[in-house]
Design a protein around this ligand. Structure first.
Ligand code: G3P
Ligand code: CA
Length: 394
């Protein structure tokens, strides 16, 4: 990834494509969120929530976080992807959240649903195709905020990168776009069935952009977390965002643990751009920056390159001091994203020239896990679990 490029949502979205190229309301807000972030009051979900746990410090380390579910094997952010991740043994299942026009939170990596649903095949929605500026990037497509939940539910999910993950296309159109509340119910059911808590890692996507549309994410998310008993400091849930403001806002609403995501060193979070805060990720990974994050969050989610940078040839270099520096301030690290395919591996761990073929994923994971990270986001959670065992860390 180009370190000097201006960050955009599109650049994060097409991370895989870049690697491949290198190789070759109203209902949702029915309960007004008035509660502050304390974990003393029982929430309305107390009777049917996941119950009081022992908190994130009790999770196995390194914690394997299924990135958008088991997205290496199923279309991302579907109940099928989440179910497989759990069945494979992932410790935590990730959701990215965006809102619908009527204020429901749904699980998509971005509000542009062109690439991950069959919306283009629906003539009744052809006129909804439009061009927008999202966090400084011009995008043309179909967007969740232009669809009611009922309309969105007529669409079917599909594989984002069929050229790389042809096998996943077998499952195209099998599942709808899940609401976050459906995921919470699924987690309850699975928790009862397995007799344990089901951990989630929930990201607010484009929070400043959506607040500007009158579709603030945080209050809606807090309502659902309280309804399902995931609003406490020891709830089996992490919250995460690339915009620190979103995590600071969540800290005032619920006590659920929070993780600040960090992209490339030159990235200036979109909320900082909007508020005039001059800091970049390079500033946030300094001891002072980490101390500031620790004042409202429990962890950071850095790009893997911030843990072990790559050289000009894309090969892994020497680890930075980020693990040590973050731990010194009490912060855990959940870096992202591990994937098995050559297209996404460091150059020295690729095997052959086919971007879609698997490389030496275990070799790369060994290097990352040796740094002492507390967890890792992976599209292939079964691989990450085996690597953690190989490393003697599980
Ligand atoms: O949230 C951790 C990781 O998922 C961040 O990357 O772009 O896949 O949401 P992204
Ligand atoms: Ca994410």
């Amino acid at each position: 990834m180009t370190q000097g490029a201006r960050p955009t949502p599109a650049r994060r979205t097409v991370l895989g494509a870049v690697g491949a190229a290198a190789l070759g309301a109203s209902a949702a807000l029915s309960a007004a969120p008035t509660a502050q972030a304390d974990d003393r009051r029982p929430g309305p979900g107390g009777d049917h929530g996941p119950g009081r746990g022992r908190g994130y410090r009790s999770l196995p380390v390194p914690t394997v976080i299924a990135h958008r579910g088991a997205s290496g094997y199923r279309p991302e952010h579907t109940l099928g992807s989440y179910q497989l991740a759990l069945d494979l043994g992932a410790d935590v299942i990730e959701q990215d959240l965006v809102p619908t026009k009527d204020g429901h939170l749904v699980c998509r990596h971005e509000n542009d649903i062109t690439g991950t649903t069959d919306v283009a095949d629906h003539p009744e929605f052809a006129s909804r195709r439009t061009t927008k500026n999202v966090d400084g990037t011009t995008l043309t497509g179909w967007f969740t905020e232009d669809f009611t939940l009922a309309e969105l539910k007529t669409l079917r999910a599909k594989e984002r990168i069929p050229g790389t993950r042809q096998e996943n296309t077998l499952y195209d159109r099998r599942w709808t776009v899940p609401t976050f509340e459906e995921v919470l119910r699924w987690a309850e059911t699975e928790g009862r069935r397995r007799g344990r808590e089901i951990w989630l890692h929930v990201e607010t996507k484009h929070p400043t952009y959506f607040r500007g549309l009158g579709l603030g994410l945080e209050e809606r998310l807090a309502v659902l977390l309280r309804r399902y008993g995931r609003h406490r400091a020891d709830s089996p849930t992490f919250l995460q965002s690339f915009e620190p403001t979103s995590m600071r806002r969540m800290a005032k609403l619920v006590a659920t643990p929070r993780v600040v995501l960090l992209w490339t060193p030159d990235d200036r979070p979109w909320d900082f751009r909007q508020s005039g805060d001059p800091r970049t990720v390079a500033d946030l990974v300094t001891p002072e920056g980490l101390a500031w994050i620790a004042s409202f969050a429990q962890g950071i989610g850095p790009l893997l390159d911030l843990v072990i940078p790559k050289d000009a040839d894309g090969r892994l270099g020497e680890p930075t001091t980020l693990v040590r520096d973050a731990h010194a301030r009490g912060l855990i690290l959940h870096p992202y994203t591990h994937r098995n395919e050559n297209a996404f591996l460091p150059a020295d761990f690729r095997r052959g020239t086919d971007p879609a073929a698997y490389g030496d994923s275990f070799g790369a994971l060994k290097r990352y896990l040796e740094t002492g990270i507390d967890g890792i986001f992976s599209d292939n959670p079964d691989t990450a679990l085996l690597a953690a065992a190989d490393a003697g860390r599980r």
